[in-house]
Each structure stands twice: as C-alpha cells, then as structure tokens.
Design a protein around this ligand. Structure first.
Ligand code: HEM
Length: 385
C-alpha cells in the first residue's frame, strides 16, 4: 500500500475541494482501510470497510469518555445533544431510534412537497438576487417545523434557532458557538414543547393534522411502550438539526450538477443520483469502545475512525461506472445516509424537500455557478451559492 503523498489533502480537507473524487478514488484503490497519521484516525474508504465499520458494535457515535461535548455539558444544548438518537448508542437508543424511524416513515411527504414548493415560490417572488441561503437552509427547516405544527412565523423562528443549535455539533465548535447553541436549545424547546404536548393530548385521527409529524412521534412512542417525553422533545429538535446542513448540501449540489450540464427533466431522479455522486454528507465518525478488526487491521479502544461515505459511493466494486452521474441509475449502492444501527431515517423526506426546491428554482429559470467554493465544514459538502 502506498503512503499518502505530501501534496494530498487530508480526507477532512477533501470535503470542500472543487473535486475531491480523484483523491477518494485513490484511497479506495490504494488505502481502503488505513491509519492516517495526519488525522490521527483510521480512515475507511472503500465500500467493504465503510459497511464493516458502520456495522460494528464496538464502534460508537461518541467517545466513551465524552458522551456530550464538554463545552455544552450542563446546558440545554447538552441535554438535547445527549438524548439524540444520532449521538447515543445502547439499548435505550435502539428503542428510541425505532420510535423516531416509525414517525419519519409515516411523515406526510405530499404535504412536505407542497409546503416546500410554496416556501420556494415565496422566496423567489422577492425578485433581485436568488436567495440561495433561504432556499437551501431556510425552506427545508421551515417545512420540518411546519410538519411539527409551527406556523405564523414560529416556523421561521425555528429555522433561525436551528442554525444556532447546529453550531455546537462540530468538534471545532468555539465557546461562542456553544453559547449560541445553548440559547437556541432553550428557544427550540419553547417552540416545539407546546406542539408536542398538544400532539400527546390529541391522538392521531382527531382534530387538525398541523403537527402531524409530532403526532406520529407520539403514536410511535405509545406503540413501542416508550414513556419518556423529554427524549421525544429532544429528537423533535433533532428532526430540524438533522435536516439542516445535509438537505442544504443536497439542494446546493443538485443545483451545481445542473449548472454542470446534468440535463434530465426528472429532478427527483437527479436529486437521488446526486445523493450518491456528490454526497452532501461526505463522512461520519466512529469511536472505538472495544477493539475492531477489518481486513487484517485492528482499531484499538479509544481510537477514531473517519468513515468516507462519499468515497464508498464511488467504489467500483459496488457501483458500475461510479464516476458518471446517471440519474435513474438502477439499484445503486448508496452510503450517504449511513448504514447499520444509525442509518438515516430521513432520506425520503430529504429527497422530497430537495426535489421541490430545485424544481421551483428550475421553473423560475434560475441557474447557478458550476464552480462554487464550499463552506469550510468537516463533513457536510455545501456550496457557497
Ligand atoms: C440529504 C439529507 C440528509 C443526509 C445526507 C443525511 C445523512 C445522515 C447520515 C449519514 C446519518 C448517520 C450518521 C452516522 O451513522 O454517523 C443520519 C442520521 C440521521 N438522520 Fe439524516 N440525513 C439527511 C436528512 C435527514 C432528514 C431530513 C431527517 C429528518 C427530518 C434526518 C434524520 C436523521 C436522524 C434522526 C438520524 C439519526 C439516526 C440514528 O443515529 O440512528 N436526516 N443522517
């Protein structure tokens, strides 16, 4: 196996390169599962390694010694973070994940698409510069807020607050980010708490369906015998935080694909192939609670693994002609939504939201640059449009 060359980016820097894919392809071919000295972490790049890592019980979503980042421990942001299914492992997390996944599986995708189309139309009606920030971040967050029962400006307030909450998630969060997130968590509880309470008071099928997503969450909790309301509220906030950067990246990367000449009229098929071809979430991390061995290499307890979802999507062992953008590709293997116990339960909702926004932009006749810079993030690939 070849050592990385000194001119190579790190796999974290790759996220924001104009074209990280030749670098990823070399990792897949030459270093599919290897320790990266510069990162101080293992890197899983090919499909076999990514699948094995995401399926390994010894590899956890948080370091054992720091379940919640120290800078937000004891704040409302820390309480929410510590209850998110995304950030926890163990028996209770598995049960709660079942509840969250059932609720999202029953989300009203037709209503989501209609709301996204309406909010997109409103954003574009303003004239002047295309409001890409609102289209990529604001519209998806407002739709999820609306599905959770927030209206009349509360949807916008939730979209603003979630922008601050997600600042505590990267390992690079500063004390200012953490303070902003703590305040945002308080606000998000104030916004979503009453909606969750009214969802608990009115069973599904009774009354209006404005907060349908939270009613589904409550109904799924009841079916599963889950009796703790606190974690339900945290994961309702989680719906917004999980939507935020990732869906913005999917919308942005699809607009860039169009600017680069992806000519299909079928926006939905394009969005689903962009998910694979130019993944909005390029990587995720795991932390070893016990030893894990793959292909003769052993990750020791306490070590980290960077999981290159975007590289594995283009592994020729699982997707023929992987570097070609082929809307309508038959049975693609896609790692962008993860795999195993923490697999994303929001993929369909994300695709529906992105399709509605991009369709609105296309109908309005707007196009964007084919060569954007990217936000300086460690895992989400979001063009600056
Ligand atoms: C393009 C958009 C999206 C992408 C690329 C994406 C990607 C991911 C990935 C990679 C994970 C797993 C992380 C890991 O295992 O380390 C994840 C988890 C999750 N996602 Fe998404 N996601 C997207 C949109 C959404 C939306 C719209 C929702 C819900 C409203 C959602 C809800 C969740 C939840 C609840 C989890 C935690 C699952 C668990 O840990 O068991 N996601 N997502």
């Amino acid at each position: 196996m070849n050592a990385p060359s000194t001119v190579d980016p790190t796999p974290v820097e790759a996220v924001r390169l104009a074209d990280p894919y030749p670098f990823y392809a070399r990792l897949v071919a030459e270093r599919p599962f290897a320790f990266d000295e510069a990162l101080g972490a293992w890197v899983a790049a090919d499909a076999a390694a990514v699948r094995a890592v995401l399926g390994a019980g010894a590899l956890r979503v948080r370091p054992v010694a720091e379940p919640v980042p120290a800078g937000i421990a004891g704040t409302a942001a820390g309480e929410v973070f510590g209850e998110l299914v995304r950030m926890t492992d163990g028996a209770a997390a598995v049960r709660l994940k079942g509840v969250v996944a059932q609720a999202l599986a029953r989300a009203d995708l037709g209503r989501a698409a209609a709301l996204a189309a309406r909010f997109t139309g409103e954003a574009l009606a303003g004239g002047g510069e295309v409001p890409y920030g609102e289209l990529m971040f604001g519209v998806p967050a407002r739709v999820v807020a609306a599905l959770s029962g927030l209206a009349d400006g509360a949807d916008r307030a939730a979209a603003r607050a979630i922008a601050d909450f997600v600042r505590c998630i990267p390992a690079t969060a500063t004390p200012a980010d953490q303070r902003a997130a703590a305040g945002a968590a308080v606000r998000l509880r104030e916004l979503l708490g009453p909606s969750l309470a009214s969802a608990s008071a009115a069973p599904l099928g009774e009354g209006d369906t404005a907060n349908g997503l939270l009613r589904e969450l409550v109904a799924a909790a009841e079916r599963s015998g889950w009796a703790h309301p606190g974690p339900l509220l945290s994961n309702a906030i989680g719906f917004l935080s999980q939507t935020y950067d990732a869906t913005a990246g999917l919308i942005g990367n699809t607009l860039v694909a169009l600017a680069r000449g992806a000519g299909t009229p079928d926006t939905g098929a394009l969005v689903r192939e962009v998910v694979r071809h130019d993944a909005p979430v390029q990587n995720t991390r795991r932390f070893a609670a016990g030893a894990f061995t793959h292909a003769g290499s052993t990750v020791e307890p306490g070590q980290q693994v960077l999981v290159l979802l975007a590289a594995a999507n283009r592994d020729p062992a699982v997707n023929p002609d992987p570097h070609t953008l082929s809307p309508g590709r038959v049975n693609p293997t896609v790692f962008t939504f993860g795999a195993g116990a923490h697999r994303c339960p929001g993929g369909e909702l994300a695709a529906v939201l992105a399709t509605a926004v991009v369709d609105g932009v296309r109908r309005a006749g707007w196009s964007t640059t084919a060569t954007p810079a990217y936000r300086p993030l460690a895992n989400a690939r979001i063009p600056l449009l």
